[in-house]
Design a protein. Structure first.
Length: 406
């Protein structure tokens, strides 16, 4: 006998190709968001800013971004999913263009001192205000295009796209950095603009003012979802601390120039990306292992990789350490999201996934500041602290599973 979710038709069906395009847009967004940690961090320091000031600029935009997600979700309902997705991608390209021009002026000495901080912070503020629409609009579009039985897989595509973009963006910077220090940011700008154009032509026409009878989203304090949300928040705080400080660590540890730093960090992220892709598509997608089993393994691999990167001073060893991080990330993030989604009823899975999607930007509010503060004390401290956080999450999951099966 078939369940209702297996016979229900999608509200707004999309082809497999159109769903893949929405996931591709999330790759572009993820790349555009995280490439700043590779390129902007060392460049802004070269322009005269301290580590705390650089982290403060990126944290400000992340905070505004996270706060604006619910509002952009309402606008996606009002004006249509496609319009908001296209606007968000174009806004990201435009605001990053303004930011890179301001950074270029600072590097040229046209702006100095505290004025540099306020100029870059002002330009980055517009990113946080105008760019958050893609995630809620894409999630709403995917929810409309799936049934309860297929929703978890559809929403998983979006999470995988954003996670993959967050790795591929910095990895691609190692190639584009050969064309100039700012070339990686220009590449991410073009990537987002191209994704916006593809969305504009590939998806069906937007329809606003619909689904007014849809139930309210789950509350953040819902006891079924809150533990998973808190888990993901801690996870991404640790990740944000590393992404903020890795470029500084490479530059200081190996005593290399800024342009070489971008390439070196890009190579490390490339290793991480390759392992993430291999594990994600060669193991997770192919064998569909239990999230409860692979989450502890993934966390253990990430913690081990961070400790290895902190203790081993050889560049090849650092690449190997981040291969472990990539393999662990490919298992941890999908597993944590799946457990959060499965903690609620089938008809609530889309709403749970929408709530859990706020964890990454929220984590990047606190992670970069934490990493920058720790880095001022010791260059290896962000890696050790992030490893401790991952291993603490591992202990939490093991204890929770033992209580569940007792």
């Amino acid at each position: 006998m078939l369940h209702q979710g297996e016979t229900e038709q999608p509200l707004r069906p999309l082809s497999a190709w159109q769903k893949a395009i929405i996931a591709f847009a999330n790759v572009a967004m993820g790349a555009g968001m995280t490439i700043n940690f590779v390129v902007v961090a060392p460049l802004a320091r070269e322009a005269g800013l301290t580590e705390i000031e650089v982290a403060g600029i990126l944290t400000l935009s992340a905070a505004i971004y996270a706060l604006m997600i619910p509002q952009w979700g309402r606008w996606a309902d009002q004006f249509g999913r496609k319009r908001v997705m296209v606007f968000s991608l174009m806004a990201m390209a435009g605001t990053n263009t303004l930011f890179v021009l301001a950074l270029k002026a600072a590097l040229a000495g046209l702006v100095t001192g505290l004025s540099t901080f306020f100029l870059l912070a002002f330009m980055r503020l517009w990113f946080g205000l105008l760019s958050p629409g893609l995630q809620p609009a894409a999630m709403a579009a995917m929810t409309d295009a799936t049934t309860p039985a297929t929703r978890a897989g559809g929403l998983g595509m979006l999470s995988a796209g954003m996670a993959l973009g967050s790795i591929l963006g910095p990895a691609g910077s190692s190639i584009l950095a050969k064309l100039g220090a700012l070339a990686p940011i220009w590449g991410s700008i073009i990537f987002c603009a191209v994704a916006g154009v593809i969305i504009a032509f590939a998806l069906p026409k937007s329809r606003g003012h619909r689904d007014t009878s849809r139930p309210e989203p789950l509350r953040m304090r819902d006891p079924r979802v809150f533990p998973h949300l808190a888990f993901l928040l801690c996870y991404f705080i640790a990740v944000g601390a590393i992404q903020q400080t890795l470029a500084w660590l490479m530059e200081d540890r190996f005593e290399i120039a800024q342009a070489e730093t971008v390439q070196a960090v890009g190579i490390v992220f490339s290793c991480m990306a390759v392992m993430m892709i291999i594990v994600q598509f060669g193991y997770v997608q192919r064998l569909n292992p239990s999230p409860r089993k692979i989450l502890p393994i993934g966390l253990a691999l990430i913690g081990t990789g961070y400790i290895g990167a902190a203790l081993l001073n050889d560049f090849t060893a650092m690449c190997a350490a981040f291969c472990l991080v990539g393999a662990g990330s490919a298992m941890s993030v999908p597993a944590a999201n799946a457990l959060g989604s499965l903690s609620v009823e089938r008809h609530e899975q889309g709403k749970a996934a929408a709530l859990l999607s706020a964890a990454p930007p929220s984590g990047f509010i606190f992670g970069p500041l934490l990493g920058a503060a720790l880095y001022t004390l010791d260059s290896r401290l962000p890696l050790f602290v992030s490893a401790a956080m991952m291993l603490s999450l591992l202990a939490y999951r093991v204890i929770r599973e033992m209580r569940r099966t007792a």
